[in-house]
Design a protein around this ligand. Structure first.
Ligand SMILES: CC(C)(COP(=O)(O)OP(=O)(O)OC[C@H]1O[C@@H](n2cnc3c(N)ncnc32)[C@H](O)[C@@H]1OP(=O)(O)O)[C@@H](O)C(=O)NCCC(=O)NCCS
Length: 473
């Protein structure tokens, strides 16, 4: 039974009335009219959890022995590509269509999730609600969640002191990760675990930690930005603003278009199913019952790698290097030459390719649409558009690249740069703030569903050689 279509869950949620149905991508989703008693996210989760626990139990008992495919030696040697091995409820990635958050594509989210203004970009709080409950929230629910996050947003002083112990030259991701780890001192899960909380209640302090963490990371991230790039002039949060807008405000950017960009940015970067390096790391570490802070700090260390979250930094630096060498009015031929020069020097073209996707990333497409609407004449945006024409045929010609199309990172940097956030080394921190929403949502479900310690089997080359010899005999 689909999570979305569960009428019994809807009635348990005491929704006043099913107000509207909409046909999205062939499946009916229910948009609810909420009463004020439905504004409590934790209470809603409490209602949903038993149903999902039963669903998992049934799946295990009825289909536990069904095979999901064959594992080949290539998969073991190739970073487990294509090996289905993780449960991740909040989102699912299709190689051609891209990401779906609880079944909704990015354009669908842009249509149905509440926005700050009519026709505006989705509010990240709405996405958090969707990821946690599988339901599209009402504007009232999103406003209530915004206020709740605001009420949880106070960052203890020792966190800032921990960051200040690092040199200003430390990479912003090192400073951000240090801050997140310092937040762990206030973990509710750790406290309750030490007191002997039973397994059936693990999800409750996990929920508290997850929401506190999501609420606090923007202030920690903004502190790092202002410390490194703005002489330490800190801008306090504004309680009247929503999550994305307040983050942008604390960074020092109040242009209404930048606020919209930040809402879109945080929403689309939040989750990308479970196998990517940061999500998988968070899930793996949490499977040892490490609390959300420990788990998310570990995830951030993976996000800081250049093949993963650091690619957005690399893209803007690379684009700027193109302009430095060839000027802004670069011809198509010059651009092709530059791409080949990059490849021939043994480097990758940042912002292109993906471990799973095989088409243009819809996260790229919606950022392109944002640029066409708000900054069509920006020279770096025009260069990004030109790269869209030039790079894929070259990567295809290389013959080994499985996906020559642009990914999310190919676009984000020039948008941020346009509104004055020009410091590329900082970009992965923005990605990290967004990822707190997806990774922490799943961590709550990990504990609610009682998912076990993760422990895949590893083997040696000798084991593989011997196994293959026997298989061939
Ligand atoms: C994302 C990425 C790491 C995926 O890696 P992957 O799953 O191993 O990708 P593939 O299977 O297509 O790789 C096959 C080969 O093509 C190369 N390749 C893939 N994307 C490439 C790119 N953008 N530029 C040059 N070469 C690329 C790989 O390095 C690999 O070469 P090798 O066999 O000599 O090691 C890879 O596409 C990449 O490095 N892209 C640039 C960095 C980036 O944008 N990262 C952000 C991802 S959201």
């Amino acid at each position: 039974m689909s999570f979305f279509r569960s009428i019994s869950a809807l009635s348990r949620l005491r929704s006043r009335a099913v107000q509207e149905t909409s046909l999205l991508n062939g499946s009916v989703r229910w948009l609810q009219m909420q009463s004020s008693s439905d504004l409590d996210l934790r209470a809603q989760l409490k209602d949903l959890i038993p149903e999902q626990q039963d669903r998992l139990k049934k799946l295990k008992s009825e289909h536990g022995k069904v095979q999901l495919g064959n594992i080949t030696v290539d998969m073991v040697l190739g970073g487990m590509r294509g090996m289905t091995g993780l449960l991740w409820e909040t989102s699912l990635l299709d190689p051609d269509e891209g990401i779906r958050f609880r079944g909704l594509s990015i354009p669908e989210c842009q249509k149905v999730l509440p926005a700050a203004h009519p026709g505006g970009e989705p509010l990240p709080e709405g996405l958090l609600w969707l990821l946690l409950t599988g339901k599209v929230p009402s504007k009232e629910q999103v406003t209530a969640l915004s206020k709740e996050l605001q009420s949880r947003a106070t960052v203890p002083d020792h966190v800032y002191k921990a960051i200040e112990a690092l040199p200003l030259t430390a990479h912003p991701m090192t400073q951000f990760g240090t801050g997140v780890l310092a937040l762990q001192v206030q973990s509710e899960f750790q406290k309750e675990y030490e007191k002997g909380i039973p397994k059936s209640k693990f999800w409750e302090p996990t929920y508290e930690d997850a929401l506190n963490l999501i609420a606090r990371v923007p202030a920690v991230a903004a502190f790092v930005y202002r410390r490194v790039y703005k002489d330490g002039h800190i801008i306090p949060g504004a309680t009247s603003l929503d999550y994305g807008a307040n983050f942008s405000h604390m960074l020092g950017f109040d242009d209404p278009k930048m606020l919209e960009l930040m809402r879109l940015y945080v929403t689309i970067h939040s989750d990308h199913e479970g196998g990517n390096v940061s999500a998988h790391t968070g899930h793996l570490v949490a499977s040892a019952l490490s609390d959300p802070y420990l788990s998310f700090a570990a995830a951030l260390n993976g996000l800081a790698g250049p093949l993963h979250g650091l690619a957005n930094q690399e893209v803007l630096l690379w684009i700027k290097s193109v302009v430095e060498e060839c000027g802004e009015n670069i011809s198509t031929e010059q651009l092709k030459e530059y791409v080949w020069k990059t490849l021939n020097s043994g480097k990758v073209v940042p912002g292109f390719g993906h471990g799973v996707l095989r088409k243009t990333d819809p996260r790229y497409t919606c950022q392109r649409e944002f640029a066409l609407k708000h900054l069509p004449n920006d020279p770096l945006f025009q260069l990004v558009s030109k790269l869209y024409e030039v790079v894929p045929p070259i990567l295809t010609e290389l013959g080994k690249v499985k996906n020559p199309w642009p990914n999310v990172d190919a676009h984000s940097g020039v948008l941020l740069n346009h509104f004055g956030l020009t410091e590329a080394r900082y970009f992965t921190v923005l990605f990290g703030v967004s990822r707190s929403i997806g990774i922490c949502s799943q961590l709550i479900w990990d504990r609610a569903l009682g998912l076990p310690l993760e422990r895949p089997k590893s083997v040696t080359m000798e084991w593989l050689e011997s196994y293959c010899r026997k298989a061939a005999a």
